[in-house]
Write a protein that binds this ligand. Sequence first.
Ligand SMILES: C=C(O[C@@H]1C=C(C(=O)O)C=C[C@H]1O)C(=O)O
Length: 632
Amino acid sequence: MSQQHPVEPIRRQITELDQQLLSLLAKRRALSLEVAKSKRDVVKPVRDSQRESALLTRLVQQGRELGLDGQYVSRLFHTIIEDSVLRQQAWFQAQNNPDAPPSTRVAFLGAKGSYSYLAAQSYFERRDQPLEELGQDSFDAIFAAVEQGQADYGVLPVENTSSGSINEVFDLLQHTALHIVGETTESIPHCVLMADGGDPGQIKTVFAHPQVHTQCSRYLATLDVEQAYVASSAEAMALAQTTPNSVALGSERGGALYGLNVIQREIANQPRNETRFLLVARKPVEVPPQVPAKTTLLMATGQQPGALVEALGVLRDLGINMTKLESRPIHGNPWEEMFYLDVSANLRSEAMQTALRELTRLTRFIKVLGCYPCETVLPTELDSQALADDPRVPAQPIQAEQPLFSREHKAQTQAIRLGHQHLGDGSFLTLAGPGLANEPLAQWGRRVKEHGGAVLWGGEQAQSLTELRQVGQQVGLPVMASWSGLTPLSQLTADCDLVLAADAVVHHPDRLQQLGQSQRPVVLQRAAGTSGEALLAAAEQILSQGNQQVILCETGHCGSDGIPRLDLAMVAWLKQRTHLPVLVAPAMASAPLLASLVAAARGAEADGVLLPLGSEGLDSDGFAQLMKGLYC
Ligand SMILES: C=C(O[C@@H]1C=C(C(=O)O)C=C[C@H]1O)C(=O)O
């Protein structure tokens, strides 16, 4: 009997684990659809970046504890989350368009295995719709098949990250009565594919679609072989299967359908080679408010100078973001141009309706080609600190000629990202909340957000940290909790975006070291009794451990006469000495006096203010007024 190779039992274990991973992924996918259903009555986008960011941060940390590196974990989960978001969007879209074509006859370029075929597969797989494949031999034929009712959808490539726009498709869109109903962006990993038994040293012909040739031009320039242009990647693969000493350029997935093997990978000029495809149909679709929408417009402006700028100014004034602008000649009118615009807006939105009214006034021709769900899911960014190497390995303290906090070390004020805003970039931010006071967090969270605050501030008690995170996610604000050193720091950083280190921490080297090794921005408070030099020395300890996100906070106090004191000279001195952003936390005072103190802090070039709210701070009217004075 032949002996079992020692690799076999190990491989069996791997196979079993892979099986478990797959069933867990399927379970996760089903749950994500349940989440979508629970969002049905909430008119908020499906995508929740705060939740994703908290999730990824935690996974990266937990992964590290298991020996997995941060980049690996975040890449893996981006793929999982992308699938989850796109499936949720597809579910909403189907709910909103119950009379979409029941069958899915799809016209695309080429045959099975072409990139358009693979794009159609991913698009309809997300919708659990089986495909009836209608491969066509030209873009014209795709339009005709859908217009004449032989197909329900057409799949059309419109732009590629290496070769740019596909003009022929834009020109056909000018004359069609079809509507754009969807988009999908697919990664196009070009490979060299060869039939079984072929000799890579004997290649005489390379078959490829002209677009693929363009996208791989640098690699092709290194080969001394005949380059044959064919109508689609599928045709290239079919030819490579039957022509001796030939190869095709195409995807590994497509090649597998033709029994071709990969002999070279990653041959595209651009490492991120992606193509955006549009889906066209006879009837337009509605995009529900939970799904991010794109609208594509076709327009011709007048010939007078500035006509296009004037038209685009309409979008700017209405805060509508344009993601693409393409111009194409108008056939029959030499030197006149038709413009294609993609904007991130739902056609039904008030802003878009106003824009259309304005644009009809300013253009010679305007047509909505379609409004459809945006299916680009950019990865949620974790800051580099969160992805940095294993924080458990004690870092070598960083040494520099000048103190790390000093302006000699770094002239520009350090900008620190807090959600969508930056502290230290010249703006004046408000961090506010009930802090340690026992107050209804959700209500205060909404008020802080509504009045333009940058961060919600809550307590340290373990039971409220989860609530603080949840409220932050609901209202869309980063959250900060006070830390005196009693709660383990990791417990706090698992839920909070920032740590507010109480003045006492300044005098505890071990706590400063922990803050230095954490990857969260730290607000370091100075109260009376701690000198400015001691505060800077404490900041230096945090910085030298690797955490460059240190914010100083000058804290006021109430004098024995009941009058609040605030050391603005200290603020000015700190601003001169250090590039670290400086906050001011005035002691509690009546609302009008507090407003004057905040104005004075701003005058002293502080970067922001920390305000207590609720029973130990401002009431909601006082806060509203103060914020109005600051930002309106
Ligand atoms: C599943 C959700 O929807 C989206 C998908 C997420 C995921 O797959 O983990 C996370 C946040 C949302 O962007 C959710 O809101 O929890």
